[in-house]
Each structure stands twice: as structure tokens, then as C-alpha cells.
Design a protein around this ligand. Structure first.
Ligand code: C5J
Length: 229
């Protein structure tokens, strides 16, 4: 019942019932997309990410807002006292030369790495939430871990998720797999997701849609999703 969107997805077409579809924007934060953030602290070239996926994300957001579908934004964020950051994560990925860890400052003006409320933890302008949209702060890579996201989506009767965000092989892939296990139909939009590693992004897209859509579906262009909505 109600309006539906038909998507030319891979490995097969998918039908999205709009009332029960949500757009999920994963971690479009300065921490991953700007110099001085967490992605930079891990030794990545963060400069290409915005160009790669923000125009696509903005297209999806505009389409979702005009179709009035549910919009969710996640952010990877820790509390100021880091009590929600386990020792493994705190001591784990650190890269030379600075070797900064979560909660430390890499570049003045960006604030503490991955800490809620710091400049670097803010959303990118092009993918900022607006009033009425759901914002979920997550201490892990997956959007469902310690967040209540499943309960929020269930209460709204959501069954289908359109995914965009960064980075493709870390938080986007993890969240999609969590969603798949919880029974959501998942669609990943290729030009609205970004990775520091093109080969990892390509591998995720291929993995997701392999074996008849083992973790979900993929669509190449946000514009095609926008037209369908
Ligand atoms: C990472 C993310 N890469 N949002 N987080 O640590 O993908």
C-alpha cells in the first residue's frame, strides 16, 4: 500500500515502499573528511572524499526530504570523558608520525579527535541534519551498536534502508551488515559513499551485491534514486 519507488539496482531491481523506507547517512563528519580530523590522524589523504561522495549525498538528502521519507544521520562520537571508548579502540589504530589517539588534538581548531561537541566531530555542511531528522551518536563502527537505532526504526515501521556515507568499508559496511542481520532490505548508493581506498570501496560494492545480493543491493548514481523517489 502507498507510493513505491522502483530502483534499477544490482543484482536485481528493488521496490522501496516509501512509508517504510529510510535514508541512512553514515558519519559525514569533518573527522573523516577534513584535515586535522580522525581520518587524517590515521594517516589517510582525506582531501578527495568530499568530492567523491558529498554531491551524491546532497542529491539523496534533497530527494528524501522532498519525498518526506525518514532520514537518519549517524556520527561516530565519544563522550568527553571517553567512558564509551573501550581500551582496544583507544590504544588500537594509531599512526606515525603523530600517533594521536581518540580524545587528543591533532590540529588546533579541530578540537579533540572523535569527541562529541568538538569542531572535527561536526557534520559536513552539505550533509547536515535538519529539524525532524534522526541523529544517532555511535561509539562503534556500526550504527546499531549501543544506539537504539533498531528500536527507533522499528517504531517507525521502517523495513528498507538506503545507505550513503563514509567510509565505505568501515562504518558503512559494518552498519549495512548489522542492518541485514536485523531483517532490513539495504541499498548502497555508489556515488554517495566514499573511501580513502578505491579498491576497498570497489570490493564492498561487489561483495554486497554478490551471491544474489547477500548483504543487499547497489545503485550507481544518487540521481537515479532521486528520480525514483
Ligand atoms: C572509521 C568510519 N573509518 N566512519 N569510521 O573509523 O568509517
Amino acid at each position: 500500500k502507498g507510493p513505491k519507488a522502483e530502483l534499477e539496482a544490482l543484482p536485481k531491481p528493488v521496490t522501496l515502499p516509501l512509508k517504510s523506507t529510510a535514508l541512512v547517512c553514515i558519519d559525514f563528519q569533518k573527522d573523516f573528511m577534513e584535515v586535522g580530523g580522525f581520518g587524517h590522524a590515521l594517516g589517510n589523504d582525506v582531501t578527495k572524499l568530499s568530492e567523491e561522495c558529498l554531491p551524491g549525498a546532497a542529491t539523496l538528502l534533497a530527494a528524501a526530504r522532498s519525498a518526506k521519507i525518514t532520514v537518519v544521520h549517524t556520527k561516530e562520537a565519544h563522550r568527553e570523558d571517553l567512558r564509551d571508548c573501550c581500551a582496544m579502540k583507544l590504544d588500537g589504530p594509531r599512526c606515525p608520525p603523530e600517533g594521536k589517539r581518540i580524545g587528543e588534538v591533532l590540529v588546533e581548531g579541530m578540537g579533540r579527535l572523535l569527541v562529541d561537541g568538538s569542531k572535527g566531530n561536526e557534520f559536513m555542511e552539505e550533509a547536515k541534519p535538519i529539524d525532524g531528522e534522526i541523529v544517532v551518536a555511535k561509539p562503534g563502527k556500526g550504527g546499531f551498536f549501543m544506539t537504539g537505532l533498531h528500536e527507533i526504526l522499528r517504531e517507525k515501521g521502517i523495513s528498507h534502508l538506503i545507505f550513503c556515507g563514509v567510509t565505505t568499508e568501515v562504518c558503512v559496511n559494518t552498519t549495512m551488515r548489522e542492518a541485514n542481520d536485523r531483517g532490513y532490505e539495504c541499498v548502497l548508493v555508489a556515488d554517495a559513499t566514499g573511501s580513502y581506498f578505491p579498491q576497498f570501496k570497489a570490493a564492498v560494492l561487489e561483495m554486497v551485491r554478490s551471491q544474489g545480493g547477500i548483504v543487499g543491493y547497489t545503485v550507481e548514481e544518487a540521481e537515479d534514486v532521486a528520480k525514483a523517489l
